[in-house]
Design a protein around this ligand. Structure first.
Ligand SMILES: [Zn+2]
Length: 427
C-alpha cells in the first residue's frame, strides 16, 4: 500500500489571511491541524465576499468578520516591464506594498512544503474592461458587449481569442514561473461565463435541451472579430453559425418553451446542426488558449505542474471545457467539488459521480486532486465521507478550500483522518 494515500494535502491561502494572522500562524494551523504539506496563494482573485460561499463571519480572523476582495488585483510584485499593453492591477488597500507570493513561498520552503499559486476566474478588473480595454471584450450574438451579473452589477468579459488578452495571460504565467520558486500554477480562469449553470442545473441532461442551449447562446459565447478570425483558422464559419443560432433564438422567443413538446436532443441537432459546430468551436478555443499557456510555462520550467481547477463540474461543455481536448495542456486537475459543505443527503455519492465524470473526461492518466470543503457547513462525518470517496476513487491528492473561512474543527477532522492512515501504513 502506498505510504501516503494522499501525497499532497493542499490548502489555499489568501493575502488577507497572512496580513491578519501572519504567514507563520496560518501555516502552523494548516500543518498542525490538517497535516497540510502543500499551500498555494490565490494570487489574482476576482471580486467576492469572504467567507465564501457561506453567509457567515470569519471564525478565526482576529482583524475582521468579513472581507470584500478588490477586483482582480495581483498579490505579488508586478514589474510593468514584464508586460505589454495589459499590466495587472495592484492592491490599493491595506494589502498593498507587500509581495504576498514571495512571503508564502519563503515560509513554505522553510517548512519543506510544496508551494503554488492560483489565477482565479477574472484576470482584469471590470472597470478597465468598461473603458480602456473595451476592445478586448466578448461580443454577444446581437453584436453588443457580453455582460455577466456579479454582486449586483453587470461586468464585461475579456475574450480569450483577442491577441492582447492572450499575450497578457501568457505574460502573467511567464512572470510568476520565472520569478518565483513555485511547484504548480493553478488555473481557474473563466474563459466563457457560465451564468447559465444555474439554469442548466434545473434541467437534467435529457430534458428541455433547447432551453439550456438558448440560455447558453444568450449568456456565454463570443462572436467578436478575434473569434471570427480564430474560427476561420480552425475551419469554422462563425458568422454562418451566428446567423443560424439567431434563427433558433428567435424561434424560442416567438414560442417560449417550444421544446417542452418532448423534442429530443438528436432532433434538435438534426434541425440546427450549427449548434454542435458552435460548441466545438467554443471548446477548441478554450483548449487552444490553455495549450499556448502550457507550452509557454513548460518552455520556461519543464517540471512545473500546470494545474487546472475544474470549477465547473456540471455540464462543463457549456463553458467550453472538453476534457479530452484540455488534457494535453495540463499536468493535473483539481476537482472543485465541495459537497462536504452542503449538508445534503447523498453528498458523498454526488462527489463520487463528479470525480468519476472528470476521470472519464480527462482520461485515466491524469493526476487528480480532490477538493474538500472545510467550511462551517461541513460536519466531521461529511468530511470523512468526502475523504473516503476521494480515496476510493484513487485521486492522488486532496486540497482544502478555503483557509480563510475554514472551521478549525473541520481542519482537525481532516488531520485525524490523514494522520490515522499514515500511522496505519507505518505499522
Ligand atoms: Zn471573441
Amino acid at each position: 500500500m502506498n505510504k501516503y494515500p494522499f501525497k499532497e494535502v493542499g490548502a489555499s491561502v489568501y493575502a488577507w489571511d497572512m496580513h491578519d494572522e501572519s504567514v507563520e500562524a496560518v501555516l502552523d494551523n494548516l500543518e498542525g491541524m490538517a497535516h497540510v504539506n502543500s499551500v498555494y496563494l490565490v494570487a489574482l482573485m476576482h471580486e467576492e465576499r469572504h467567507p465564501w460561499p457561506e453567509n457567515t463571519d470569519f471564525l478565526h480572523n482576529p482583524a475582521r468578520k468579513e472581507y470584500m476582495t478588490e477586483d482582480s488585483v495581483a498579490y505579488w510584485h508586478v514589474d510593468a516591464h514584464n508586460y505589454g499593453r495589459i499590466v495587472p492591477a495592484e492592491p490599493r488597500n491595506f494589502l498593498k506594498g507587500t509581495d504576498w507570493l514571495a512571503l508564502l513561498v519563503k515560509e513554505a520552503r522553510q517548512r519543506n512544503m510544496k508551494v503554488g499559486m492560483e489565477f482565479s476566474h477574472t484576470l482584469i478588473d471590470g472597470k478597465r474592461l468598461e473603458h480602456e480595454l473595451a476592445d478586448v471584450c466578448q461580443i454577444d450574438i446581437f453584436g453588443k458587449p457580453l455582460t455577466v451579473t456579479h454582486i449586483g452589477e453587470n461586468h464585461r468579459v475579456p475574450c480569450m481569442n483577442h491577441p492582447d488578452f492572450r499575450e497578457y495571460a501568457k505574460n502573467l504565467y511567464t512572470d510568476v514561473v520565472t520569478n518565483y520558486d513555485i511547484d504548480y500554477v493553478l488555473n481557474c480562469i473563466m474563459p466563457y461565463p457560465s451564468p447559465a449553470t444555474y439554469l442548466l442545473a434545473e434541467y437534467d441532461r435529457e430534458h428541455q435541451p433547447l432551453t439550456r442551449i438558448v440560455a447558453s447562446i444568450l449568456t456565454s459565447g463570443c462572436f467578436c472579430p478575434s473569434c471570427q478570425a480564430r474560427a476561420k483558422a480552425m475551419g469554422f464559419n462563425l458568422e454562418a453559425i451566428r446567423r443560424s443560432l439567431l434563427v433558433l433564438v428567435e424561434e424560442d422567443r416567438q414560442e417560449p418553451g417550444f421544446d417542452k413538446t418532448n423534442m429530443s436532443l438528436m432532433e434538435l441537432l438534426m434541425k440546427y446542426p450549427d449548434i454542435q459546430k458552435w460548441f466545438q468551436f467554443k471548446c477548441a478555443s478554450v483548449a487552444s488558449f490553455h495549450r499556448e499557456i502550457s507550452e509557454c510555462v513548460h518552455k520556461i520550467r519543464p517540471g512545473i505542474d500546470n494545474r487546472l481547477n475544474m470549477y465547473v463540474t456540471s455540464h462543463p461543455e457549456y463553458a467550453g471545457f472538453w476534457g479530452k481536448a484540455l488534457a494535453p495542456a495540463f499536468d493535473s486537475v483539481r476537482i472543485c467539488c465541495y459537497t462536504e459543505n452542503l449538508g445534503i443527503k447523498d453528498a458523498a455519492e454526488k462527489k463520487r459521480r463528479v470525480i468519476r465524470s472528470v476521470q472519464k473526461s480527462f482520461g485515466k492518466d491524469m493526476e487528480l486532486i480532490s477538493a474538500i470543503g472545510v467550511l462551517p457547513g461541513a460536519t466531521p462525518d461529511s468530511i470523512r465521507d468526502g475523504l473516503q470517496v476521494s480515496s476510493e476513487c484513487g485521486v492522488s491528492s486532496i486540497a482544502l478550500g478555503h483557509y480563510d473561512g475554514a472551521s478549525f474543527d473541520m481542519l482537525k477532522t481532516v488531520g485525524a483522518y490523514v494522520g490515522n492512515i499514515w500511522k496505519h501504513d507505518e505499522n
